[in-house]
Design a protein around this ligand. Structure first.
Ligand SMILES: Nc1ncnc2c1ncn2[C@@H]1O[C@H](COP(=O)(O)OP(=O)(O)OP(=O)(O)O)[C@@H](O)[C@H]1O
Length: 274
């Protein structure tokens, strides 16, 4: 567990709507993502039981655990797609439970990036258009923050994000014309293009060979380390977890172990104890 801070920043962001539209003015004063005592049950089954996590900006956290330990529920709660029964989830200081569905959707679109194993790129759109999609879907483009603080048109921002992931020359290509690794790079570019506070990744390298997987994880690692988003990654792969700053292990919905910058061997050893 990343440890709950002793003190919180003094003020929560202004109005709910303003908070949903943009990051708080003192963005760095808030954890990028905070789960405070999050519990979630389905009927009598407790999927999460009092999970505390604090991710400062730029922190890369891996979450591991056996099947059924609560990883997907954790991701869903962090994304505001599922609602905890107890506890709170805040993104950059914005309490997701305080928002209506429309504003929560806005937070997901503008302030959270998603990278999944099964990509979800739209086959009829080019790489550039896929990456620009979150910006094009935004009702107010002015509310989205450019990578360098300057407002840029969505397609130009998409090109910059594609360059960031090493695909400056494949912007016109369609997903079917790209390799699996290249498609996952496009997915990373799409997650980065809104300059989100948090990236939520679910088995982002599960479908890739080990070398390509390390390259894609390296992109996420570099993007977060360079003052970018915090990354919360669910993975079953000890080599992937070893790329993170910290790995937490879930057992029956509780964080039962934490390793700092673990080796793949240390991760395997801890998994065996879960
Ligand atoms: N919608 C639901 N209805 C009922 N039970 C659920 C639901 N979602 C999750 N659960 C239960 O909650 C527990 C945690 O599930 P979760 O999917 O979060 O685990 P997981 O660690 O992601 O598993 P896996 O690695 O297999 O994807 C499991 O016992 C699961 O059966």
């Amino acid at each position: 567990m990343l440890g709950r801070p002793r003190t919180h920043p003094p003020a929560r962001p202004r109005t709910r709507l303003a908070a949903a539209r943009s990051a708080p003015a003192g963005r760095s004063a808030y954890p990028a993502l905070e789960l405070d005592g999050v519990s979630r049950s389905y009927g009598s089954r407790r999927a999460l039981a009092g999970v505390d996590l604090v991710l400062p900006p730029g922190r890369f956290l891996a979450v591991m655990g056996r099947s059924g330990s609560g990883k997907s529920t954790l991701l869903a709660c962090a994304a505001g797609l599922d609602r905890p029964d107890e506890g709170s989830v805040t993104v950059g200081g914005t309490d997701l439970a305080a928002l209506g569905e429309r504003d929560r959707t806005r937070v997901r679109r503008d302030r959270i990036g998603f990278v999944f194993q099964d990509l979800n790129l739209l086959p009829a759109l080019s790489a550039r258009e896929n990456v620009a999609l979150p910006l094009l879907l935004a009702e107010e483009q002015s509310s989205a923050r450019a990578l360098d603080g300057e407002p840029l048109a969505p397609l130009r921002r998409a090109d910059r994000a594609l360059a960031q992931v090493g695909l400056p020359d494949r912007a016109e290509a369609y997903p079917g014309q790209l390799s699996g690794g290249q498609r996952q790079r496009v997915a990373v570019a799409r997650a980065l293009v809104t300059a989100p506070e948090v990236i939520l990744a679910d088995e982002p390298t599960g479908a890739l060979d080990p070398v390509t997987a390390q390259e894609v994880l390296g992109l996420l690692r570099r993007a977060s380390a360079a003052g970018g988003p915090a990354v919360l990654m669910v993975t079953h792969d000890p080599a992937a977890a070893a790329m993170a700053d910290r790995t937490v292990f879930l057992t029956d919905g509780r964080i039962t172990a934490t390793l700092e910058r673990p080796s793949p061997e240390a991760v395997r050893g801890e998994l065996a104890r879960c």
